[in-house]
Design a protein around this ligand. Structure first.
Ligand SMILES: CC(C)(COP(=O)(O)OP(=O)(O)OC[C@H]1O[C@@H](n2cnc3c(N)ncnc32)[C@H](O)[C@@H]1OP(=O)(O)O)[C@@H](O)C(=O)NCCC(=O)NCCS
Length: 158
């Protein structure tokens, strides 16, 4: 378990966490209603050891954030990261990313990547502050903002 300076700790997912993690999704202002179903599926899949891992940040025995990450060949893909609003800007999001990076390194992955909405300026700034760089942009038809791809290489860090 990783100890954080904010009295939060990072641990592996427990089966009983799911309702509280989905409540974090509902409370995240930047995610639409469809996100709950998507996140439920991502969490369940990524928690299967052959697929990936889900790490939970806990404060006072309550989940206050999580990250889901999966293997895609030799790339680790972050499917989702959320921190409860009242616990933001205390380093929990960064600590979750670093836990996912540690998992990726342990699994000999060459990079970790993530996609986020092009309109998610704060999420993009967060990932860039965690060492990711923009590697591409995908325009969507139908007038939506499209997706920004970000990546962080891991090999030079070893
Ligand atoms: C993005 C999110 C996970 C960040 O979690 P967090 O615990 O607040 O992040 P941290 O405290 O570790 O922030 C690390 C750095 O990222 C950057 N950052 C974090 N939130 C930011 C924001 N809202 N605006 C600009 N930069 C931000 C800062 O550089 C910050 O360092 P600083 O606080 O010393 O300035 C959180 O805001 C969240 O859950 N948002 C809603 C869900 C979401 O957008 N998820 C990502 C897309 S999948």
């Amino acid at each position: 378990m990783t100890l954080l300076p904010v009295s939060a700790a990072i641990r592996e997912l427990r089966e009983t966490d799911l309702p509280e993690l989905l409540q974090l999704v509902r409370d995240a202002e930047s995610f639409g209603p469809k996100a709950v179903d998507t996140e439920r599926l991502d969490i369940k899949r990524d928690a299967i050891p052959d697929f990936g891992r889900v790490f939970v940040a806990e404060a006072e025995k309550t989940p206050v954030g999580y990250i889901s990450v999966r293997r895609d060949g030799d790339i680790a893909v972050i499917d989702g990261v959320i921190v409860a609003r009242k616990h933001r800007r205390r380093g929990i999001g960064r600590a979750l990313v670093e836990r996912a990076v540690a998992f990726a390194r342990e699994s000999s992955m060459r990079e970790i990547s993530v996609e986020t909405g092009a309109d998610m300026k704060e999420a993009i700034e967060f990932y860039m502050s965690c060492g990711f760089r923009i590697s591409g942009y995908e325009q969507h038809s139908g007038g939506s903002e499209g997706q920004v791809h970000l990546r962080r290489g891991l090999q030079a860090e070893r």
